[in-house]
Design a protein around this ligand. Structure first.
Ligand code: NAD
Ligand code: ZN
Ligand code: ZN
Length: 337
């Protein structure tokens, strides 16, 4: 099968023929139809994070397609079913986190396109228990980003503590941010979208943001304080420290900063302000299978629409270059025959 492979960090991915994965007990083989390109894949290819993937690696954790084969022990799915393979590739099912509905914190989890091969390929295998069905009638390319960008931001908003009627700020209107703001609206929040590029903010307006702020042209902290007195929750899905600092400072007393973007950096937090203002800072990592099913339902009902650009697998290196320069509005989705 054809796949895009990271052979070495910071080198171009190689498009090459590799063997179709062999199934083990309980696994399924998916003929991949589409896979969104998440900024995490770029971090993986660069070896940006303290825990690095083992190379060679096939990235991709928004892969969706049709089951072509099922191994022994698979009872919940059959050949022909439409599924997606998310970042949470598998978890142990037995630890305190798995047992308490917090499987994304499982210390023994595997991650698609990071600790195991992902979906930048014609086929990807996965344990049947951890894939999630694509709702009927949903287009593969359009639904693909829900498997990471969608579920991640939906979950971040869910744990933010914001309630309908509250103001929420989304920092970074990229692949994650452009769906984050739609989930936020659908959940009944008032939304402020912050980015450093006008085209991203135009998209945010079209998708329903109540207020947009260009962080290069105005000070988002002052602007937010002036317009709404601070937000109940700020979700930072940008890849720069500055955005996190600004997001922290735009939260009002008793509010929450949800940390989602993953620049390899530190976020210095003022102790005095955090204590006196009762600020909560929370990390949020993707979402459970149940969160993903809920996130997919929003998309199925048309409450959340992905803004996608489809491209062939062979263009992955150009796509990564554009992503690094911030030249993607929404999500690029690789489509495979
Ligand atoms: P992206 O490149 O599509 O979007 C990033 C956006 O941030 C761009 O629109 C960019 O213009 C904007 N930005 C840059 N600097 C900014 C600033 N100072 N203020 C406001 N906006 C700014 O990336 P993505 O695919 O949306 O991923 C974003 C980050 O989220 C990555 O670090 C990725 O690894 C991480 N991520 C985390 C999780 C999780 O579970 N926590 C899941 C998926 C992705
Ligand atoms: Zn992702
Ligand atoms: Zn576990």
């Amino acid at each position: 099968m054809k796949a895009a492979v990271v052979n070495e960090f910071n080198q171009e991915l190689e498009i090459k023929e590799v063997p179709i994965p062999e199934l083990a007990y309980g696994e399924i083989l998916v003929k991949i139809k589409a896979c969104g390109v998440c900024h995490t894949d770029l971090h993986a290819a660069h070896g940006d994070w303290p825990v690095k993937p083992t190379l060679p690696l096939i990235p991709g954790h928004e892969g969706v397609g049709i089951i072509e084969k099922v191994a022994e022990g698979v009872t919940s799915l059959k050949v022909g079913d439409r599924v997606g393979i998310p970042w949470l590739y598998s978890a142990c099912g037995e630890c305190e986190y798995c047992l308490t509905g917090r499987e994304t914190l499982c210390p023994d989890q595997l991650n698609a396109g990071y600790s195991v091969n992902g979906s930048y390929a014609e086929y990807c295998k996965a344990p049947a228990k951890y894939v999630v069905k694509v709702p009927e009638g949903q287009d593969f390319a359009e639904v693909s980003p829900i498997f990471c960008a969608g579920v991640t931001t939906y979950k971040a908003l869910k744990i933010s503590g914001a309630k309908p009627g509250d103001w929420v700020a989304i920092y970074g209107i990229g692949g994650l941010g452009h769906v984050a703001l739609q989930y936020a609206k659908a959940m009944g929040f008032n939304v402020i979208a912050v980015d450093i590029q006008d085209d991203k903010l135009e998209l945010a307006k079209e998708l329903g943001a109540d207020i947009t702020i260009n962080g290069m042209k105005a000070d988002p902290i002052e602007d937010i304080k002036k317009k709404v007195g601070g937000v109940q929750a700020a979700i930072s899905v940008a890849v720069t420290k500055k955005a996190f600092e600004q997001a922290y400072s735009s939260v009002k007393r008793g509010g929450t900063l949800v940390v989602v973007g993953l620049p390899n950096d530190v976020l210095p937090i003022p102790i005095f302000d955090t204590v006196l203002n009762g600020i909560t800072v929370k990390g949020s990592i993707v979402g459970t299978r149940k969160d993903l099913m809920e996130a997919l339902e929003f998309a199925k009902q048309g409450k959340v629409k992905t803004n996608i650009e489809t491209k062939p697998l062979k263009e992955i290196n150009e796509i990564f270059q554009r992503m690094e320069k911030g030249q993607i509005n929404g999500r690029v989705v690789l489509t495979l025959e």
